[in-house]
Design a protein around this ligand. Structure first.
Ligand code: DLZ
Length: 157
């Protein structure tokens, strides 16, 4: 296979990017882990003053992402946690936020890091939240994906 590899991420090629983080407020402890991981990843790349906005729940992430995408941001990171309950509400929220963010990203050309956990129970969420004892750090991962995509887009502009 030929072609260029993805640009390496560093303070030098990322520090000037305008980035916004949008975070839902359900499941406070898990959200704290996701937001901390995201902010740590941004600091590592020299993005010290991202815009950070809170929304009530994950369902509200796409509308705010859409408005931000029209305001010159290079990348957006959407963070949320949806945990399955006893009704079909889980499916509707997961579907709404996933399709909504996908649509905003594709329609606007602004990369959106998808840091929305969709879990069967609290333990699955904690395991992925970048907290002490977590196996994964999805807030950090969502930032890396969004910034990597933004730098790729910049390299072809
Ligand atoms: C209503 C609701 C429920 C039941 N569960 C969650 C959840 O696990 N995670 C989350 O981020 N939001 C949840 N919400 C709230 C919806 O996302 C939304 O904020 C409300 O339906 C109001 O529009």
């Amino acid at each position: 296979m030929s072609g260029k590899g993805a640009p390496e991420l560093s303070v030098k090629n990322c520090g000037d990017l305008r980035v916004a983080v949008i975070a839902a407020q359900w499941h406070e402890q898990v959200m704290e882990g996701l937001v901390s991981g995201a902010l740590r990843a941004l600091t590592e790349l020299g993005i010290d003053e991202p815009t950070v906005l809170r929304v009530p729940g994950s369902f509200e992430l796409p509308v705010v992402a859409k408005v931000l995408a029209g305001r010159g941001y290079d990348a957006i990171v959407a963070l949320g946690v949806v945990i399955r309950g006893g009704t079909p509400h889980f499916e509707y929220v997961c579907q709404g936020v996933t399709q909504g963010l996908t649509q905003v990203s594709v329609d606007t050309g602004v990369p959106i890091g998808f840091g929305v956990l969709t879990c069967d129970d609290e333990k699955q969420a904690v395991d992925r939240a970048g907290l002490d004892g977590s196996r994964e750090d999805k807030g950090h991962e969502a930032v890396t994906a969004a910034i990597a995509t933004a730098t790729t887009l910049r390299s072809i502009s």
